[in-house]
Write a protein that binds this ligand. Sequence first.
Ligand SMILES: NC(=O)c1ccc[n+]([C@@H]2O[C@H](COP(=O)([O-])OP(=O)(O)OC[C@H]3O[C@@H](n4cnc5c(N)ncnc54)[C@H](OP(=O)(O)O)[C@@H]3O)[C@@H](O)[C@H]2O)c1
Length: 345
Amino acid sequence: MPADSTQPTKALADFFPNQRKNLPIALTTEDVKGKTYIVTGATGGIGYELAKHLVRLEASKVIIGARNEERGKATKATIEGDAGRKDVVDIWPLDLASYDSVKAFGKRIETAERIDALVLNAGVSHAGWQVKEGNEAHLTVNFISNYLLAFMALPHLQAVGKTHGITPRLVVVGSMGAFFAGESVKKFPSKDILDDLNDRAKWESDFTNRYSVTKLLEHWAARQLASLRPVSDLGVIVNVVDPGYCKTGLNKELSLWTRAKAWLAKVMLGRTPEMGSRTLVHAVKVGEESHGKYLTSCEIREDHIPEWVTNEAGQAVQKQVWDELLVKLDKIEPGLPSRVIADWA
Ligand SMILES: NC(=O)c1ccc[n+]([C@@H]2O[C@H](COP(=O)([O-])OP(=O)(O)OC[C@H]3O[C@@H](n4cnc5c(N)ncnc54)[C@H](OP(=O)(O)O)[C@@H]3O)[C@@H](O)[C@H]2O)c1
């Protein structure tokens, strides 16, 4: 169980000054030229701006996972048009609400000759309870599907790393919002946490916290993955990045009242999607020191994580969530977890 005070005090204290910072663009043309990147959810918001940076900085290929073909085509046309380049952006279908779609995308990743970073950016914030693939939809989209994709991609990231003598990045786009999930975590059972989160009667009254809860699960899984293998063994750098509070379409499905409050907050202190995307640029650039770490405002800031997330009790929940994730993934794609982490402790 988390400690009594669940608020991310340090992160909150830095939040307001950080939101106003003019962040650096950590990658240069020299870093990016000739490289290949995969970004999910880049038809809008922060992911779109990251893809724009990468194309402008002369990446040889930027593969975008998009659930809507038309928006995908428009994204390619706009990004390539703005950069004055052609045949750089590839749009591959990806709907995180469908495991078949994620599996097809994961298989297709194996055809990429090189991958310098896979950025798991796509995410949702829904207004009400929905079920996708038998789970509450945030759980499926923000958590399980992102890790289904990560597990499918890991062997190929490792292989291309060896072939090209590079260390690919697996960037998980998390959120500081994860650190507000403490009160919900207090209601977690000691086991069968993921199944429990599908109990609508128990959790619907707590639904405003659901996005944060799934962002926390995402965060914990990245920490667990990185804790099991150092970069020297894994061959991949895994980090979690918070883009800050940004003026994107993330809240578009929420109630008018919630959107009105969010609009006001964003007017006062929201980052533009482009400014937010600079945090993702940093996550792609930063090295081994970021493995398993939390990044915000272009810095590694482990001190922003509230104690209850990483203390002994927090680590026990992290491990439990990880074990349950592996069981889920094995059901979705039999044998996948054991193939990927065959000899892991
Ligand atoms: N905005 C913020 O203040 C903020 C703060 C912290 C963290 N984040 C995180 O940043 C990431 C990007 O969010 P954003 O703010 O840029 O939101 P956004 O503007 O709503 O963009 C989300 C992207 O994800 C895609 N997407 C949504 N559901 C999908 C699905 N089922 N399958 C595949 N793609 C899907 C969307 O595609 P469509 O075009 O088809 O809708 C869109 O391209 C998310 O992980 C979010 O949790 C955002």
